[in-house]
Design a protein around this ligand. Sequence first.
Ligand code: PEP
Ligand code: MN
Length: 466
Amino acid sequence: MPPAPAPSDVPSDPSPETRAESSAGAPAPPDPQRVTYPDPAAYRTALAELRGLPPLVSSDEVECLRHELAEAAEGRRLLLQGGDCAERFEDCASDAIAAKLKILLQMGLVLEEIAGRPTTIVGRIAGQYAKPRSALVEQVGEHALPAYRGDLVNGADATSDARQPDPRRLLRGYARAGLTLNFIRALLDGGFGDPSHPDWWRLHRRRGEAIADLSAPLRRYEALAAARIDRGRRIVSGRPLARRALFTSHEALHLDYERAQTREVPRKSGCWNLCCHLPWLGARTGGIDGPHASYLAEIENPIGIKVAPWHEPATIVDLLERLDPRRIPGRIVLIHRLGVEAIADRLPPLVAAVESTRRRVLWCVDPMHGNTRTVLAGRRGEVKTRRIEEIVAEIETAFAVHRRLGTVLAGLHVELTGEPVTECLGGVSRLDEGALERDYRSPLDPRLNDEQSIEVALVAAEAARA
Ligand code: PEP
Ligand code: MN
């Protein structure tokens, strides 16, 4: 973990009015994702309380991440960004957090060992609590209910009570993000991630298999982990524990929440979002004149931009100019999520358009969001799923296209969990549609389970090395 916030890094809180204005002084554009709270006074009180709470991360950590992302954009480092589609408050539990941290570290190990580059790990964790819905209303039987908007806003249960936006959830979400991050920092500071803890590194053998019985990708992983553990042992005893950093990220969706944690910092210019290191602009809120882009244009953090097949390359170029006029190294992570069917057509013009500006961005592939399919899963009815074979094919195509065009693909963005869920099909877990009923837990998009995550990391690592 990066160092905890330094005592000097005590942010001041510019007035909400100041923060809601763009740097040009124009009023912020209206937000179509804005939540209407039934009790506006309670909402204002919750935001005021949030503004008074200390930040979750420090601007020094944010700068450290930006520096690492700049290295990755130059091809000297890799970025792994992963975690839940939508975190639930109930995910703030020790087993779930440790399992997620473990799988991210294991994937990082795979990338480092095979691709031979240090890897920066950024979790979709400790704050990914607000999710956009394409529809604001959900039809449940006869009833039209307000849609579930993420635990930060309302409850997932299909009742009108649960679906009422509740401002106290903003404070609960903030507290849970803090508790999650605190546990991650404690684990990492205590040596979780050091090679002297082989238990963390070995795959848990769910069915008690011997290594020889594991599938080929998992055997490969075990060999890589054994090599790292062995190297760790050979280093003289008494060395300090190897400390890893884990940075946090979430989609900057609930703008009042983000703004309540956007601060000025002594001796630094600009405003910093201090409730995560890396906020990103979702594909559905990515309009150049939209409120989300306006907000992100005004903060100093590195930011992710999701690029979908429906985005025109020229629009993305305009967005880059809007969000990074000063061309700050490490500022932009361009996360393309084009889907296996569109990537070969859509990626080359996007790369050409960005290259023509001579900007250096960190290119990152999200092989999940363009490959979502809806299928019938027995008693569960319709569920979203993704096929490992398509995820793998998109990763391989992405690396091949970038290589052909002379750009560096240095990032992988995935939705995953450390638990043995059955949400994505195929791959090393050999899950078929019948398995979706067995252990499907995600409230939104399907995630890679632990084995599938290792498998995908191996594919990306090989492609990054090639
Ligand atoms: C997501 O990252 O969960 C998501 C909704 O992605 P996108 O904005 O790319 O559709
Ligand atoms: Mn998602």
